[in-house]
Design a protein around this ligand. Structure first.
Ligand code: FER
Length: 185
């Protein structure tokens, strides 16, 4: 399935955007959990335009610079809604190489294992910090972000879930480190 197609339709359902704006959304927020390459976005915009799901106006910037400002069409809104309504099975768990190493922990000595877990704990703790800062900035900017009718509610939800997930990971890492430290060998 062309999921990128729906990501672009979703963004354009919120407001009209240039290709550059869309790329920026992928860099700043959406791409943090649904990455897309710059090189995929422009062909997808072309294809969506040909399919009649989006259209553009040319805006003149300065003397010569032209930019395409994209909008979603009625057909595009219908296409997006149809995708939003479909129910998804739980996706396969994403591959986490650290989990694979964890699976083989018995091949490491105590110090090596503790070292690996301590590093992972540090990195995951930093990730929680970054996510919490982002959430703080979001609710600062839009205090209504926590309510269903805010345009930022979706962003709020993805961030809060990521925070819960990472905090859970941190708790498990701490517990495991204790277990490693208190082991005899
Ligand atoms: C953001 C939106 C979502 C963001 C991160 C996420 C750091 C989610 C990350 C994850 O699920 O790991 O703006 O900024």
């Amino acid at each position: 399935m062309r999921v990128l197609k729906y990501a672009i339709l979703g963004l354009l359902d919120q407001r009209e955007l240039t290709g550059y704006d869309i790329t920026k959304h992928f860099k700043d927020s959406l791409g943090q959990f649904w990455s897309a390459k710059h090189s995929q976005i422009y062909p997808e915009l072309k294809r969506l335009t040909e399919e009649g799901f989006i259209e553009f106006d040319i805006h003149i910037q300065g003397k010569k610079l032209e930019k395409k400002v994209y909008q979603i069409t009625g057909a595009g809104k219908e296409e997006l809604r149809q995708w939003l309504r479909t129910k998804d099975p739980i996706p396969e768990t994403t591959k986490d190489e650290f989990m694979l190493k964890t699976f083989f922990i018995s091949s490491m000595d105590k110090k090596e294992a503790a070292d690996l877990f301590a590093y992972q704990l540090l990195e995951r703790t930093k990730k929680v910090d970054v996510l919490e800062q982002k959430l703080h900035a979001l609710t600062e900017e839009d205090p209504s972000a926590e309510s269903l009718h805010s345009a930022q509610f979706g962003h709020y939800l993805v961030l809060t879930r990521a925070i819960e997930r990472e905090k859970g990971y941190v708790r498990w890492l701490q517990k495991t480190l204790k277990r490693i430290d208190s082991s005899m060998i």
